[in-house]
Design a protein around this ligand. Structure first.
Ligand code: MTE
Ligand code: MO
Length: 437
């Protein structure tokens, strides 16, 4: 069956012609081929969805896919992706259901995608001719390098590095936070090939007043205005100088795919994914904290203190997110499974930003008691770590398996979220439903 690829974002469709958009979007649900959807969402949802208009459509965030369709996204497929849940098609944002993240190294087909703007032409064409990387600003020797220069003039390293979006888990916030409603799957741990960020900065020679990096890319602003950037973030020079911060040109042994930043991106592992700038073209070294789009205000920032849900926090109290918190996922089984045995080996991954993971514990009795999981050390710093635990259920019936990681500083995942206005850093523990039949 050939699938038609949609060319425009939903928001755009609604702005042009809401009725036609309803037909295009909701009308397709009526397609009798979609039995999978019918079974899953239930007939009641269907009835509400078919042919209904959306009176408040003007409030729909840009590109939002109506949740009535959330389980039925064949029309929103992203080339090269397998089983991802698309949250937004303009810009493209898609997450990976946890049970599809069981590989120690996340394949390209299963790595989440988070775009803030439009993908540059060069990445669609996968042709880097004419591309250069400029390093300038507070350096003694500004550089302009081709992809070949990067490969030939520097030591090439391969590292397994986890990238997690700062907003992963946002969907659980109440009151809700604006932005992509990520559930659990805005996390991936691919093997990246590239050069050390540090070696590049040493070649350029940092001046003594170098404070922060500024990353500039080739992606376009959603408005179409060529003078606007969708995102330009950076990191303190000290983070860029860490041996695991890299300028990558391969993902799992292939040129970086279109959606993940071809030809070159930064990876600043353990920090919000937004510091791993895709489609890179320039690194400017600054003598102050970078103030590009998505560096200021409330973007990738949280209040410097805990706040009660719904609190209005003054802008001046927001601080830039640096290390991401300790977190884990159960990836061996899909939530909702039924098993016929009373035994289960459950497994997953755990990671902890700049720290390592010290322990993972698992509970099958709603947190009353915890079993210590076996935990592998990371193949390299900033890779996630594999954990496994054996459970034996006392009787038939419904259980929840909970996983809880503790980092090398003794900090544990909470049961529920620490609320913040923009819905960042939700590291509450992952639970899956298991029924023993
Ligand atoms: N140029 C550019 N780089 C970017 C982004 C972007 O929109 N444009 N998104 C950032 C964000 S918010 C995240 S979480 C990661 C996601 O990387 P991925 O799409 O490869 O998973 O890329 C980051 N780098
Ligand atoms: Mo992100």
């Amino acid at each position: 069956m050939t699938k038609k690829r949609r060319e425009r974002g939903i928001c755009e469709l609604y702005q042009e012609d809401p009725e036609k958009a309803d037909y295009e979007i909701f009308g397709r649900v009526a397609n009798p081929d979609r039995r999978g959807f019918l079974k899953k969402a239930g007939l009641a949802t269907m009835g509400a969805a078919i042919g209904a208009s959306i009176p408040l459509h003007q409030n729909m965030p840009s590109g939002l896919i109506p949740s009535a369709l959330a389980d039925s996204l064949e029309n929103f497929e992203i080339k090269g992706k397998d089983g991802l849940t698309v949250l937004n098609d303009r810009p493209v944002n898609a997450e990976t259901p946890p049970h599809l993240l069981n590989d120690d190294v996340t394949p390209n087909s299963r790595h989440f995608v988070r775009n803030n703007g439009t993908v540059p032409e060069m990445a669609h064409k996968m042709d880097a001719s004419g591309w250069t990387l400029t390093v300038d600003g507070e350096v003694n020797k500004p550089l302009t390098l081709t992809l070949d220069d990067l490969r030939k003039n520097f030591e090439v390293v391969k590292l397994k590095l986890q990238i997690e979006c700062g907003g992963n888990g946002r969907a659980a916030f109440n009151p809700p936070a604006k932005g992509n409603q990520w559930t659990l799957g805005a996390i991936g741990n691919a093997e990246w090939t590239g050069i050390r960020y540090k070696d590049l900065l040493e070649a350029a020679g940092l001046k003594s007043n170098a404070v922060y990096t500024a990353h500039y890319s080739m992606d376009g602003h959603l408005s179409g205005n060529p003078d606007k950037l969708p995102i330009s973030r950076g990191v303190p020079v000290s983070k860029a100088l860490e041996p695991h911060s890299i300028i990558a040109f391969e993902m799992n042994g292939e040129p970086i795919p279109t959606m993940h930043g071809f030809p070159v991106r930064t990876i600043c592992p353990g920090w919000p994914g937004s510091t791993s700038q895709k489609w890179l073209r320039r690194i400017q070294i600054r003598d102050q904290i970078h103030d590009g789009p998505k560096m200021t205000g409330t973007s990738y920032r949280v209040p410097g203190y805990n706040v009660a849900p719904g609190t209005k926090v003054p802008k001046k109290d927001f601080q830039i997110i640096e290390s991401m918190p300790v977190k884990s996922l159960i990836t061996s089984h899909q939530t909702g499974i039924s098993i016929s045995s009373d035994r289960m080996e459950v497994a997953g991954h755990a990671w902890a930003g700049d720290n390592s993971v010290k322990d993972v514990h698992v509970s099958m009795d709603f947190g009353a008691t915890w079993v210590k999981a076996s935990l592998s050390s990371a193949p390299n710093r900033y890779s996630w770590q594999r954990w496994r635990a054996k459970l034996r259920f006392p009787a038939k019936g419904y259980y929840e398996v909970w996983a809880r990681a503790t980092d090398s500083e003794g900090v544990m995942q909470p049961f529920s979220i620490n609320w913040n206005p923009k819905g960042y850093l939700n590291n509450s523990m992952h639970r899956i439903a298991v029924t023993v039949v």
